[in-house]
Ligand binder design. Structure first.
Ligand code: 4AZ
Length: 306
């Protein structure tokens, strides 16, 4: 499992971000990595931060305003620039709740993060941030295997739902046969690494990728059994189109009869867009009960509260 390129936890990212201190000039890889006594995970996190600045990979297209009204960005609360502050994605579940990946927030305090909704651009004009009042991490989330990689964020104040901010209902088990069949297209979106080089556009990207059966995804050449029943795979075997670092926690949407449904949450993969190493997503249909309990009856919610 350690071969797999796993997403770095939000806490590591916070350390990395604090370390880089957002100098006016983007710091060079060398200046950040030389002469430091930081631990390897921190150095790795700095690498991830720099790679994000360099903007590469994945074969997507920029989204139009309002195309993904359920997409939100998770931000480090104390970093002023929205693009710099962004560390993961999420989806609007209700006006008060965001669905994201456990690995994005399991080590983080609610006070350290905020979200921004209703925009496809993470720039100075990005709308007002909304503070997170509580993080609920699935109690069976496994930091080693990424099993049960799902979490909920409760917002301090409700989102203004409308054309620009919309909920995306969860895909139910009953919808799976029709929507999750080999070759059926799903759409993943996020502000993570993109194909664009050079100028750091903060434009939301998306890519359509086919669903891949677990059996195929678990072949020796692919993930050799690491994909559990709580995960689904999507991507192209040839490579070239994929989600990547920074997209984690964001939506993999299915069009169940032209009605978008949240089928997956960006979770993990070995590298990005590599042949045979398609993206792995949290299988949302397995968590509809958990989400509904946790968003309505906190006392019965099986989660780590943060
Ligand atoms: C990550 O590290 C990550 N190619 C997210 C998605 C994928 C790989 C890595 C899927 O956040």
């Amino acid at each position: 499992m350690d071969m797999l390129s796993r997403c770095f936890t939000a806490s590591l990212l916070l350390v990395a971000i604090a370390s880089t201190a957002f100098a006016q000039q983007p710091a060079s890889r060398e200046s950040l990595l030389t002469g430091r006594t930081a631990s390897q995970p921190v150095l790795d996190a700095i690498e991830v931060y720099l790679d994000k600045k360099e903007k590469k990979i994945v074969g997507g297209k920029p989204a139009k305003a309002g195309q993904f009204p359920w997409q939100v960005a998770l931000l480090v609360a104390r970093v002023p620039d929205a693009y710099d502050a962004h560390f993961c994605g999420g989806s609007v579940h209700t006006e008060r709740w965001i669905v994201t990946a456990a690995h994005c927030v399991h080590d983080t305090e609610a006070a350290d993060i905020a979200i921004v909704a209703g925009t496809h651009r993470l720039n100075a004009e990005a709308p007002e941030r909304i503070a997170v009042s509580r993080i609920l991490v699935h109690e069976d989330y496994d930091d080693e295997t990424y099993d049960n990689d799902i979490a909920l964020l409760e917002l301090e104040k409700p989102l203004a739902l409308g054309d620009r901010i919309r909920v995306i209902p969860l895909l139910g088990t009953g919808d799976e046969p029709a929507t999750l069949k080999p070759g059926a297209l799903l759409t993943v979106s996020g502000w993570g690494r993109t194909q664009q080089d050079g100028e750091g556009t903060s434009a939301l990207q998306y890519v359509d990728i086919p669903f891949v059966e677990r059996k195929t995804c678990n072949r020796a050449l692919a993930y050799d059994g690491a994909v559990t029943e709580r995960m689904i795979c999507a991507g192209v075997a040839a490579g070239g189109k994929d989600s990547c670092q920074g997209d984690s926690g964001g939506p993999l949407a299915a069009n169940a009869g032209s009605q978008p449904r949240l089928a997956g949450v960006v979770s993990w993969g070995e590298g990005c867009a590599q042949a045979n190493k398609v993206g792995v997503y949290t299988r949302v249909s397995q968590f509809t009960g958990w989400v509904s309990t946790c968003t309505t009856d906190t006392a019965r919610c099986k989660a780590k509260h943060r």
